[in-house]
Design a protein around this ligand. Structure first.
Ligand code: NAD
Length: 339
């Protein structure tokens, strides 16, 4: 079987579906690996590194013409979808529910599409294929670094001859894969970390990483199917908001990671909450997209500085901003599925 690694064409996408280190296992299993010229450039991997690992470099026409399976990070563009033909397969983070038209095109053309984001995550055998987790992990780490960079003060407690710097108070909203990595990263940088989630079982996970769990007087248990959170009722949302607003006002950095699969993300930080934050505070909205975000005032892909001098970051594709590390993990996920 010939597997072809496509060069990503989505704006800002720097990841690549396979890295040279992943090739040995695939070729040992009898797969022939083809790589589109320049596919690894965004992740600083030259074509020569793929060649040394046993891959053949092809141009786009030849890659799509020859490969039995096309490997990608993001869904194919319209032009790329038209290059795929009957009997071929395409594997990637295709997000089928967000673009049903593309899926219909692939189906009409007789292409098999396997979406890594649709693999059941609770299946033990599929844990190594869980690209949502591997990429959320990168995102959680990077969000903390972005916030530290935008924050005009120290994260750790520092005592120096020139005075003492107080540690930063960091709040992580949503304790899933990204949130747990964000807690760990902020702690390693010396911040005092608090975290909150609507799934009560996350308390122990947050505490084991050194974060204090925010307990609201209104007890909410929104554990839903498959370990995910369900959407809150309007009453639950109002009660949560009032209490969260108070906590948010006292924070220097707030990172939000809360998503509800297939739905608009819940607003956790309202304009009113932001108005109570101190000048110089920083928010990172990891859930921001065209669908909305967790922070009412965030604008996907932009940095907003409010009238009260709070910086709101809403990066759209954090894993792509750490393409080498993210591609290494992704390559493990996609290789596990292929094998
Ligand atoms: P996600 O990105 O969908 O959501 C992030 C977090 O936001 C979740 O913890 C969710 O509970 C929380 N959230 C949702 N609405 C909220 C609200 N209104 N207020 C506060 N927090 C809210 O989640 P994810 O990181 O992809 O994973 C979520 C769950 O799936 C976790 O329990 C995770 O452990 C589980 N998971 C299981 C496996 C497995 O079994 N192999 C693999 C990966 C993830």
């Amino acid at each position: 079987m010939k597997v072809g690694v496509a060069k990503e064409t989505a704006p800002g996408e720097r990841r690549v579906a396979l890295v040279p280190d992943a090739l040995a296992k695939l070729t040992a299993a009898g797969l022939e690996v083809l790589v589109e010229a320049g596919a690894g450039e965004g992740a600083m991997i030259p074509d020569s590194a793929f060649e040394e690992a046993g891959a053949r470099i092809l141009n786009r026409d030849d890659l799509y013409g020859t490969a039995d399976v096309v490997l990608r990070v993001q869904k194919p563009s319209g032009d790329e979808a038209k290059r795929l033909r009957k009997g071929q397969a395409v594997i990637g983070l295709l997000q089928p529910l967000l673009d049903p038209n593309l899926m219909a095109t692939l189906a009409e053309r007789g292409v098999s599409a396997i979406s890594l984001d649709a693999i059941p995550r609770t299946l033990s055998r599929a844990q190594t294929m869980d690209a949502l987790s591997s990429q959320a992990n990168v995102g959680g780490y990077k969000a903390v670094l972005l916030a530290a960079n935008a924050f005009g003060r120290y994260y750790p407690l520092l005592t120096t001859a020139a005075g003492t710097a107080k540690p930063a108070n960091v709040l992580i909203l949503g304790i899933g894969v990204a949130g747990l990595q964000a807690i760990g990263t902020a702690r390693r940088l010396g911040a005092v970390v608090k975290a909150y989630d609507v799934r009560p079982e996350t308390r122990e996970q947050a505490e084991s990483l050194g974060a204090g769990f925010v307990t609201l007087k209104t007890q909410i248990d929104a554990t839903g199917a498959g370990g995910y959170a369900r959407e809150l009722t309007p009453e639950e949302r109002a009660a949560q908001q009032a209490e969260l607003n108070e906590v948010i006002g006292g924070m220097d950095v707030v990172i939000t990671t809360a998503q509800v699969p297939g739905r608009k993300p819940p607003v956790l930080v309202t304009a009113e909450a932001v108005s109570k934050m101190k000048p110089g505070s920083v928010l990172v909205d990891m859930a921001a997209s065209a669908l909305g975000g967790n922070v009412e005032l965030s604008k996907a892909g932009e940095t907003v500085v409010t009238d009260n001098l709070v910086t709101i970051l809403a990066p759209e594709n954090l894993p792509a901003s750490m393409p080498i590390g993210a591609s290494q993990f992704y390559a493990r996920n996609i290789s596990a599925l292929l094998l």
